[in-house]
Ligand binder design. Structure first.
Ligand code: GLY
Ligand code: MN
Ligand code: MN
Length: 462
């Protein structure tokens, strides 16, 4: 059976772009839908596919399916919509897809069409997306609420709004119809936060490809190399090993560019004596890797660079060691903050009482971001970090990054705070690993990419 131009369930196209299911079993998606139905009660959920995006006029970017729709179906074509009807006795799950169209398929590739949808994807009905406009409001009648994300798809939103209007008018007489809209994330984020074994398998692949890509290209670092050349080499290595794409815009920041947190120009040549910060990830079967290493362009850290590097590396190590089931995720950040503040005291950048410095967040000028984010289908994956005012407690199956950094951009030195950090001007260091919370502790998925000073120097190899 073919879908989206690629074997359904097959390994064909290891780059992963376009293959239905992306190598996951249909059972994975069925189980997730079952869990959504448990939470849905008499509600309905409406999940449209991601839009096709363009750059520079009508040039289409390669399509990346919507994470939520994929999570519940494995379907990867655009112009689709999943409707789940918790209140209904029939047509409880309907997947709307593009109809077959020989002319259109000549331009953009084959379409599955609605007919084979139920047997392949395990939903009760497959319908043409062209029927959506007439049928969606009626299909929502009977739901007590609709889980739908507002503000993303104006045309579909108008249908949901129409259903709500009709329900309000009719409901007064018949007592049926949705009266409120909630975000699908209210149900899906909690499920996606705890990865199932299939997701963990994909994350292991994504992180392994990411690590392998780094290992392959780091020996290429040398004075005069363009940041863009390293970007290209790294992304080529990811693709060669089966990544569909980089999971986010690759950052290769040399010299002062290492201090720009979301630097993506990658347009400068690296120079002898500088650091280069590389933050990149491979997306494999829809799941993201996300790794940062900071390396000396010459192959050897200067004493000041090594001083800063060791502080960040200790913070990374201690924050990783803090990860375990039962630990609030905020504690992982706090562990990194404490470690960085102790390090900044040691470097003479800060002075004073460590507890007071932690209390007032004295690391912020040098470490302006958080230590962790969830990792999964999205690089910055879904899930609240705080629930009812309390930090989220880590559980087995959660996956998060640990990415402390210290940055001394020249802008800092216009600020009296920065005076004692002059020796480190222009240095930026971040070290980032991907960590799975395991039954009794943690597993660093990216552990095969070293972080120690000597090992990093060896990786550059000069
Ligand atoms: N590169 C995005 C991040 O590390 O969060
Ligand atoms: Mn990153
Ligand atoms: Mn990250």
């Amino acid at each position: 059976m073919r879908a989206g131009g690629t074997e359904v369930n097959g390994e064909e196209g290891s780059g992963g772009e376009g293959g239905a299911f992306q190598g996951f079993p249909a059972e994975a998606f069925r189980q997730r839908r079952a869990r959504v139905f448990e939470a849905l009660g008499d509600g309905a959920m409406v999940l449209p596919a991601a839009s096709v995006l363009h750059r520079a006029g009508d040039s289409e970017l390669r399509y990346r399916p919507d994470s939520e729709l994929f999570y519940l179906t494995g379907f990867v074509e655009p112009d689709a919509l999943l409707l789940l009807r918790g209140f209904a006795d029939e047509a409880r799950s309907v997947l709307f897809v593009r109809p077959r169209d020989a002319k259109a398929e000549l331009w953009t590739g084959s379409r599955l069409g609605p007919d084979p949808v139920p047997s392949i994807f395990g939903v009760e009905e497959g319908r043409s997306i062209e029927q959506l406009w007439d049928s969606l409001p009626g299909l929502l009648t009977g739901a007590d609420r609709v889980f739908y994300r507002l503000g993303v798809h104006p045309r579909i939103e108008s249908l949901v709004v129409a259903a709500l209007r009709t329900a309000r008018l009719r409901g007064a007489r018949r007592g049926t119809g949705p009266r409120g809209v909630e975000d699908p994330g209210e149900i899906l984020d909690e499920l996606r936060l705890r990865k199932d074994p299939w997701e963990l398998e994909a994350l292991r692949e994504a992180t392994a490809i990411t690590v392998s890509g780094f290992r392959n290209v780091l020996p290429r670092i040398e004075p005069g190399l363009g940041e863009w050349e390293l970007e290209a080499e790294l992304e080529a290595a990811f693709r060669r090993e089966g990544a569909a794409a980089p999971s986010f815009a690759t950052i290769v920041g040399s010299g002062a560019n290492a201090c720009v947190l979301h630097y993506t120009d990658n347009g400068r040549r690296m120079r002898d004596g500088e650091l280069v910060l590389i933050d990149a990830g491979a997306e494999r079967r829809m799941y993201a890797g996300d790794v940062t290493r900071t390396l000396p362009v010459s192959g050897v850290f200067s004493p000041e660079q090594a001083d800063v590097y060791r502080v960040v590396e200790r913070a990374r190590r201690e924050a990783v060691a803090a990860i375990a089931p039962g630990v609030p995720v905020a504690d992982v950040h706090q562990r990194a903050v404490r470690s960085l503040i102790e390090g900044l005291l040691g470097l003479g950048v800060l002075s004073g009482d460590p507890e007071e410095l932690i209390e007032k967040g004295a690391q912020a000028p040098y470490f302006p971001h958080r230590t962790c984010h969830w990792l999964g289908l999205n690089t910055h994956d879904v899930g609240d970090y705080v629930r009812e005012g309390e930090s989220r407690i880590l559980e087995p199956g959660m996956v998060l990054t640990v990415e402390p950094g210290l940055y001394f951009p020249s802008s800092l030195f216009d600020d009296p705070l920065g005076g004692s950090a002059e020796a480190f001007a222009g240095i930026g260091v971040r070290i980032e690993d991907d960590v799975l919370v395991s039954e009794h502790g943690r597993e660093v998925l990216t552990k095969d990419l070293p972080t120690g000073v000597e090992e990093i120097e060896k990786l550059v190899g000069r």
